[in-house]
Design a protein around this ligand. Structure first.
Ligand code: PSU
Ligand code: MN
Length: 314
């Protein structure tokens, strides 16, 4: 383990060695382990995502907060605790890092917290299922994920299946444009709708290979003042759900959340759990499949990006 300067950042030996030698590294968030997926699929998915990254020749770096440290490359034992409902890890967004370091709490990291940690060590790629975004009814609730503003500030490329369809996808795409975050489809012209292949929302940019994606990442991150970008791909075709069916479950879940005391950061896990139950497991299978698929794609892009930085063709 190594620490970096005065920031309490603990980088695993494996990740440190990869960074040191210019090898591809992919950051993986842990909020989906602790709060997005039920046990035991959460731990299985975390392990499968790490394996998918390794299989492509990159090094996975799962992020978390533990005992006063930001972790980049959480050890297997930490990932097991994050996946254990009894350990009850806190969900950390960007704003939470300082207080949770000071309190020495065990915490999982959302996309916003993950890209901040990744960028501390110069990691350029991360993977997740879907980013947070503009919630339905945000005009009244002001519930907009800090993932958006963190992407607007932090130069990391996030591979995902868009934003979860429980959000207002059109408003999320508009806000990403306002915040100057490019959204690039990988093999698609439309924003994927997480569980479903398409949202009907057209993207401004498309690439068709990991090499082209890496070229877009390198060009974007090379611009002075550039911050984050999104690379989006739909769920694996055999697991994708029908958009109309998903919409029905979401409407139920949003109504159920509004009828209870669930607010703020608890809303996303609540709605995801409702959909998992209502779909009879098919939403869960799609969620797991797309997370692993996005980890694999992020690794391919990271490998091509690492080649570009070594002056080789991607
Ligand atoms: N995708 C999933 N499950 C999740 C999340 C994404 O399939 O649990 C998490 C991500 O960590 C994302 C977070 O960054 O939800 C957004 O939460 P909020 O809206 O509270 O910012
Ligand atoms: Mn929120």
């Amino acid at each position: 383990m190594s620490s970096a300067g005065s920031v309490p950042l603990r980088i695993s030996d494996e990740v440190w060695a990869a960074l040191d030698s210019g090898q591809a590294v992919v950051a993986l968030e842990s909020s989906l382990i602790a709060h997005g997926l039920p046990a035991p699929q959460n731990l299985e998915t975390a392990n499968a995502a790490e394996q998918a990254v390794r299989a492509e020749g990159a090094v996975p770096a799962t992020t978390a907060i533990e005992d006063g440290w930001l972790l980049l490359g959480a050890a297997a034992a930490v990932i097991e605790r994050l996946a254990d409902p009894v350990a009850a890890p806190v969900k950390a967004g960007s704003r939470d890092l300082g207080p949770l370091i000071a309190a020495r709490r065990l915490a999982s990291t959302t996309v916003s917290a993950t890209i901040r940690i990744a960028h501390l060590a110069g990691v350029r790629l991360m993977a997740t299922g879907g980013i947070g975004g503009v919630h339905r009814g945000a005009a009244r609730s002001f519930d907009v994920s800090s993932d958006i503003d963190e992407l607007a500030a932090t130069p990391v490329a996030v591979v995902c299946s868009g934003a979860k369809s429980i959000l207002d996808l059109a408003a999320t795409l508009e806000l990403l444009e306002t915040r100057r975050v490019p959204v690039v489809g990988i093999g698609v012209d439309e924003l994927p709708a997480f569980y479903a292949t398409s949202s009907g929302l057209t993207l401004a940019h498309r690439v068709d290979t990991p090499q082209q994606a890496a070229a877009a990442v390198a060009a974007h991150l090379g611009l002075p003042g550039a911050a984050g970008l999104l690379l989006v791909q739909p769920p694996p075709v055999e697991l994708a759900l029908d958009a109309g069916e998903v919409e029905t479950w979401i409407a139920e879940a949003v109504a159920a959340a509004a009828a209870t005391a669930v607010r703020g950061a608890a809303v996303t896990p609540f709605i995801l759990a409702h959909i998992a139950g209502a779909s009879g497991g098919r939403a869960l299978a799609a969620n797991v499949g797309l997370i692993v698929n996005n980890a694999r794609m992020a690794a391919r892009v990271a490998v091509a990006d690492a080649r570009l930085r070594r002056g080789m063709s991607p």
